[in-house]
Design a protein around this ligand. Structure first.
Ligand SMILES: [Zn+2]
Length: 614
């Protein structure tokens, strides 16, 4: 979410404890009201997938502990203040607390979007509870809903720039508290919150251009995101909140300016705010499921293809939070013009959601490829959020890049960060009647019922630093089903798949899920070895010499001395200094370049795109 054009420039210049894992709980995966169309692949419940020790588990635990420790009075304060209730506790400051409207460009406590991320913290905690069964997390969710319910008032929306944006987050917070933490008050609070805001919402899913054309206090009042509302309205309806949520979902569909042209193959993304328009694609997917209209699926697929076509080698997109005109060379030029290259936690959250929806609907493994690029090159390398609310916002792909904290506290990305890490488990595996789909190669265990028995898959891997994964299948009795393994599009011809040490008859096809069907017995083992090539990717067709080295899914960043230019064969011959290491080296005629993935970069300067001699 954009702070303001001026603030961008300023920003650019600046540089749980492991909760006890209980047994599987209620799956929570299936909605109560079936939509018109069910995706062929289902999601697992949060409690079905356990992340095992590894970088994803570490980031999940760190975020779980951080959000669990947030001060509840401070979180509730902006709501209580407007309701005229006693409002103890410190202001959180930054975007989160009330401040005079004129303070918008003040980097300190600027009150940009009071209470905006409350619902996201609640959503993240509810999902964390569902994933871990940690009672303290569930109790915190209950206390927050109980504190919020009496503090709902129409006055909250007075002088609020973002009623749709803020309500959308409250909405996901309440429906997740209901669904995943079994909160008994959450639907009542959801209804009251909708009643409080309904007359303040924009008149439908209008665009930013249409918001500018309406009377407004200042520009910042034209950046609301009503076009993202339908996803959570439709989810609320499916989870049993009532028919009016389905109607509201339909009311906010952005057909005329967004879904109709996208469905017709017209690229209307250039100039649009990046994160919110990708996030809105999940609304198109829910519209497709709920209304059964194939137009919305077409719109989401086309829209996502347009995004992919202007992505960086990391999978990130939208420099300065804006989509660019194809053929303009703007993406390449952003490497010298901005440090705000990809809004990382929000963008990753939206990216994970839309790729999950599209993968589940099409079974096209390339959506999984796209998700893992964003995982390893973007969100997994985000700096951890600090106690005072300073969080990671932009990934920086400038030729002189660094990782920095955003100067504004409690910004949008502190909300989505809590949700995207909570979703790591459910992004890793999917299923259908035929069997189970292994989408991400992460240390993890998935457990589910099949027929009258239970099946467990345990994955052990140091992927992508080691190009292999091992999956142990443990049914409680011999069971026949298929295990589908994603074979990335980049996988080379030497990629192999073996069961109990025996190589599959034919080598797997890159860009598809490999299907292994058999009667599985306890202790059966699948081993995948990936032939992981290094490719060079130009930033855009207008800058063919500016290239990033991409090893399998990993974009590699040069650190230390970087020569003015390198030969393509030197960069492509990059080698990992030792198996499993996070350091790669390219030998050039003028010396050795050291390269690392984003997750292995701390405070040093780095460069993603090198000048490669043609
Ligand atoms: Zn953000």
């Amino acid at each position: 979410m954009t702070q303001s054009r001026r603030a961008f420039l300023k920003t650019s210049a600046a540089a749980v404890s492991a909760a006890a894992l209980l047994g599987p709980r209620k799956a929570f995966a299936d909605p109560q009201i079936a939509p018109a169309i069910a995706a062929p692949l289902s999601q697992f419940g949060y409690g079905d997938v356990e992340l095992l020790e590894g970088p994803l588990r570490q980031q999940f635990d760190r975020n779980h502990a951080f959000y669990l420790a947030l001060n509840e009075d401070s979180l509730l304060k902006p709501f209580r203040q407007r309701a005229g209730l006693p409002a103890p506790g410190d202001d959180m400051g930054g975007w989160y607390s009330w401040a005079p409207l004129a303070d918008i460009d003040k980097p300190g406590d600027n009150g940009f979007a009071p209470g905006h991320s409350f619902g996201q913290y609640l959503s993240g905690l509810s999902r964390d509870y569902a994933a871990t069964g940690d009672k303290a997390t569930q109790e915190k969710v209950h206390r927050l809903v109980n504190g919020f319910a009496p503090a709902i008032t129409p006055h909250f929306w007075d002088e609020n720039r973002f009623p749709a944006y803020t309500y959308d987050k409250i909405s996901i917070g309440m429906i997740d508290a209901h669904e995943f933490a079994g909160d008994p008050m959450a639907f009542k609070a959801l209804d009251a919150a909708l009643d409080s805001v309904i007359n303040r919402l924009p008149p439908g899913g209008i665009s930013r251009a249409e918001q500018y054309a309406r009377p407004h206090k200042d520009d910042s009042f034209c950046w609301d995101e009503p076009y993202t509302l339908p996803e959570n309205f439709f989810l609320a309806w499916q989870r049993g909140a009532g028919d009016r949520y389905k109607q509201m979902g339909q009311h906010f569909l952005a057909d005329n300016w967004y879904w109709d042209p996208l469905a017709a193959g017209e690229n209307v993304l250039p100039g649009k705010h990046a994160y919110s328009h990708v996030n809105a694609m999940s609304s198109a997917m829910q519209a497709y499921f709920v209304l059964g209209n194939e137009k919305y699926l077409r719109a989401a697929r086309n829209g996502f293809d347009f995004v992919r076509a202007q992505s960086f080698a990391t999978g990130g997109w939208g420099p300065n939070e804006e989509f660019r005109k194809p053929g303009s060379g703007d993406i390449g030029e952003s490497l010298t013009k901005t440090h705000s290259s990809f809004e990382t936690p929000c963008g990753s959250y939206a990216h994970f959601k839309i790729t999950r929806y599209l993968l589940r609907t099409t079974k096209d493994s390339r959506y999984g490829d796209s998700m893992e690029r964003v995982l390893y090159n973007c969100i997994l390398g985000a700096k951890p959020i600090l106690q005072d609310g300073h969080g990671f916002y932009y990934s920086d792909y400038n030729n002189d890049g660094t990782k920095v904290y955003h100067p504004y506290k409690w910004h949008c990305c502190t909300g989505t960060f809590s949700q995207v890490t909570a979703d790591y488990g459910i992004s890793s595996y999917f299923r259908d009647d035929d069997g189970v789909y292994v989408n991400l190669f992460v240390p993890s265990r998935v457990t589910w019922n099949r027929g009258s028995g239970r099946v467990q898959l345990t994955q052990r891997t140091e992927y992508p630093h080691r190009p292999a994964t091992q999956i142990e299948v443990t049914p409680d009795k011999a069971t026949s089903f298929a295990v589908f393994v994603r074979i990335p599009q980049w996988a080379g011809p030497k990629t192999t798949l073996a069961v109990n040490g025996k190589l599959a008859a034919s080598s797997p096809h890159p860009g598809e899920f490999a299907r292994i069907y058999r009667t599985w017995k306890k202790g059966d083992r699948i081993e995948v070895e990936f032939d992981m090539p290094t490719t060079l990717e130009a930033v855009d067709p207008q800058h063919p010499r500016l290239m990033a080295a991409v090893h399998g899914p990993l974009a590699l960043f040069a650190v230390g001395e970087v020569p003015a230019s390198v030969r393509p064969q030197e960069l492509a011959a990059i080698t990992q200094v030792a198996p499993g290491s996070a350091v790669w080296q390219a030998k050039t005629s003028t010396g050795t370049i050291t390269m690392r993935p984003f997750t292995a970069i701390n405070d040093e300067h780095y460069r993603l795109y090198l000048d490669v001699e043609s």
